[in-house]
Design a protein around this ligand. Structure first.
Ligand SMILES: Nc1ncnc2c1ncn2[C@@H]1O[C@H](COP(=O)(O)OP(=O)(O)O)[C@@H](O)[C@H]1O
Ligand SMILES: [Mg+2]
Length: 235
């Protein structure tokens, strides 16, 4: 009684218009995307051939580079208006990024790789350790592995550690670049099952990039980068 509910509009996870990107010194753009939106909590599978601009697009979404044309909003923030430092801060706080090569620190254990990422986010140390342990177990990495150096883990184990590291600061958007290309079919399917399971109780959108169209079925949305990116298209 007497309470007033005000609907606060929540920004899309991603919204871009007339996005262009050229690598420094290059004449022709690699990306020319007229429009694209990803909603909060939407899980998108982005498929494209090698060289079609998937990784370039992910580095823009991660704020690792900025568009040379057009506008890009990630979680409502205009990426190009942030300084490099602000973008680093924004990424650490709001995004989870899994690169193709995982970029784990080889001599640190699984747990320490994750806790290092937690220090750059906003988690408290005790909370982060508990969350890391829980997430590692949910990704089917048992406690005996938590203290093993990353360099002594299989590729499949490393990519699951990289997912946990990306999720440690409870991001609102997870960006994943071709994480399954080194896995056989059985491990690839198991990895996707674990990933969706771990995301099921998080408020987190995802853009998952792969050249392999066979992986797309479990996602809310499947997009071909050739449908988004008009570079090279004949008018
Ligand atoms: N650092 C770079 N400098 C110049 N060109 C690049 C660079 N990285 C990628 N490219 C070019 O941009 C295009 C898209 O590459 P990329 O985004 O890596 O594609 P994908 O991830 O789909 O394989 C390719 O033609 C590639 O050669
Ligand atoms: Mg790539």
């Amino acid at each position: 009684m007497g309470t007033v509910t005000i609907a606060v509009p929540i920004a899309d996870a991603i919204s871009l218009s007339h996005l262009g990107y050229s690598y420094p010194g290059d004449q022709s753009p690699v990306l020319n995307i007229p429009a694209w939106r990803v909603e909060r909590n939407e899980h998108v599978f982005l498929q494209g051939e090698s060289g079609s601009g998937k990784s370039t697009l992910l580095s823009l979404l991660a704020g690792l580079s900025v568009p040379t044309q057009g506008s890009l909003r990630v979680l409502g923030d205009d990426i190009a208006k942030l300084s490099t430092r602000q973008r680093d801060r924004f990424r650490a706080t709001n995004l989870g990024v899994v690169f193709q090569q995982f970029n784990l620190i080889p001599y640190l254990s699984a747990l320490d790789n994750i806790l290092l990422a937690a220090r750059f986010g906003s988690a408290t140390t005790a909370g982060a350790r508990q969350r890391a342990t829980t997430l590692l177990e949910r990704m089917n990495l048992q406690s005996a592995l938590h203290h093993r150096p990353a360099s002594q883990m299989s590729i499949g184990q490393q990519q699951r550690v990289a997912i946990v590291r990306a999720l440690i600061n409870t991001p609102s958007l997870l960006l994943v670049d071709e994480p399954t290309s080194a896995l056989d079919h059985v491990n690839r399917d198991a990895f996707l099952t674990l990933l969706f399971d771990v995301l099921s109780d998080q408020e987190c959108a995802m853009v998952f990039v792969s050249h392999d169209p066979a992986l797309g079925a479990s996602f809310d949305t499947q997009v071909k980068i050739s449908e988004l990116n008009h570079v090279g298209a004949t008018v």
